[in-house]
Design a protein around this ligand. Structure first.
Ligand code: ASP
Ligand code: MG
Length: 414
């Protein structure tokens, strides 16, 4: 017997039919002898609908009241699922976040969980009840309802798993696991059986939108095994867990991409202290997030400075940069919002040399020009023209043998 937390997202509870299908999954786990805690999202589209309603009554809806409103979405699904389960003679009980003391800070609309008092849930479980909890919401120390930010139900589920010391936290969604690349772009992409927390964090922050990043950080910190799997079809999904030997042996776990990038370059700025700060301060003050930064080596006391921002911020950043350029006496400002970032990710990089050269050679083989490069311990990212997005990912996918069982040290070429 294990204690399992099962989380179902909005598409998994989008209709009454889907809620009944969720009940089947819950009952199946129960029949295997497990203790089951279920954490639910609102029906797909419901949170957006509620935000839309708020927007119709106020230009800037009060954040506390918005949380009172948004938390209702999840209250609907937990009640409905519990009714279905009870109708099938399973003793289910639903709770809002506040009822099970999911204590958060008081930052409305993006609160953080600070504590969960699991006593009530544990008692229910010991009485063989199925506990159904509303995701995405909590309560602050003054009893105000809070919400955790979009996608927050993942975090509720993981936090609940931590509080209950669960054996596994299963995140049911509309995909059957985490893939080596986006299967819509790479038909050969493969579902991974296992992936390290750190790899998942890199893949998630790079645009693989399978899980809320914060939930993975949480799972990593408390070492709760997380499993991503489909509520639409049976299968083992992908287990997200601590690094193991097999993961270290693989060169690359997967490839992520991000289409939302734009790059800006300042040519011929003085090569002296304070320049990078002078360029980026106005950008930061405007609340624009900077992703990659590259500064060239200086020649003749001047240098070139390039950085990337979210595509939505491109126009604003360009205007700011042109102003800075005049102040600094820079030669020229260049911008390009038709770029994408492609990244290879894998803990295997720590123990293998030559991954970067292999990556660059593969791209060169297809005539793909690399505009920028950045690296971290387990990731190499390149910026390329957006027209090379698909070709770039496919090329790397096959260069690293990801369509098979993954390339391992033994037959690595580079
Ligand atoms: N219902 C919330 C949202 O749509 C929370 C979640 O689904 O995780 O963001
Ligand atoms: Mg969701």
């Amino acid at each position: 017997m294990a204690l399992i937390v099962q989380k179902f997202g909005g598409t998994s509870v989008a209709t009454i039919e889907r809620i009944k299908a969720v009940a089947d999954i819950v009952i199946a786990a129960r029949k295997q002898g497990h203790q089951v805690v279920v954490v639910l999202s609102a029906m797909a589209g419901e949170t957006d609908r509620l935000i839309g309603l708020a927007g119709q009554v106020a230009k800037h809806p009060d954040s506390r009241e918005l949380d009172v409103l948004l938390s209702t979405g999840e209250q609907v699904t937990i009640a409905l699922l519990s009714m279905v389960l009870r109708d099938r003679q399973y003793p289910a009980v639903s709770y809002t976040g506040g009822q099970v003391h999911i204590l958060t800070d008081n930052v409305h609309n993006k609160a953080r969980i600070v504590d969960i008092e699991a006593v009530r849930v544990k008692k229910d479980l010991s009485e063989r009840k199925i506990v159904v909890i509303a995701g995405f919401q909590g309560i602050d120390e003054n009893g105000n309802i809070t919400t955790l930010g979009r996608g927050g139900t993942d975090t509720t589920a993981v936090a609940m798993a931590v509080a209950l010391n669960a054996d596994e936290c299963r995140i049911y969604t509309d995909v059957d696991g985490v893939y080596t690349a986006d299967p819509r772009l790479v038909p050969e992409a493969r579902r991974m059986d296992r992936i390290a927390y750190e790899e998942m964090l890199e893949l998630a922050s790079l645009g693989a939108k399978v899980l809320q990043i914060r939930s993975v950080e949480f799972a990593n910190k408390y070492k709760v095994p997380l499993r991503v799997l489909s509520s639409f079809e049976e299968g083992p999904g992908t287990l997200i867990t601590d690094e193991d030997e097999e993961m270290e042996r693989a060169l690359i776990a997967g490839i992520a991409h991000n289409r939302d990038e734009a790059k800006l370059t300042l040519l011929g700025v003085p090569d002296e202290p304070g320049i990078a700060g002078a360029i980026l301060s106005p950008i930061a003050e405007a609340g624009i997030e900077v992703d990659m930064i590259v500064q060239n080596m200086g020649v003749d006391n001047t240098t070139d400075f390039t950085f990337t921002v979210h595509r939505n911020d491109y126009g604003k950043a360009l205007t700011l940069l042109e102003k800075t350029a005049r102040g600094l006496g820079a030669k020229k400002v260049l911008g390009d919002n038709r770029i994408v970032k492609i990244s290879v990710v894998g803990v295997g990089m720590r123990s293998h040399a030559g991954i970067a050269s292999r990556m660059f050679a593969a791209l060169a083989g297809e005539g793909i020009n690399i505009q920028m490069i950045s690296t971290s311990e387990i990731k190499i990212s390149v910026v390329v023209d957006e027209k090379y997005l698909e070709l770039g990912i496919r090329t790397l996918h096959s260069a690293f043998g990801l369509e098979g069982d993954g390339d391992v040290t033994g037959n690595a070429a580079g």
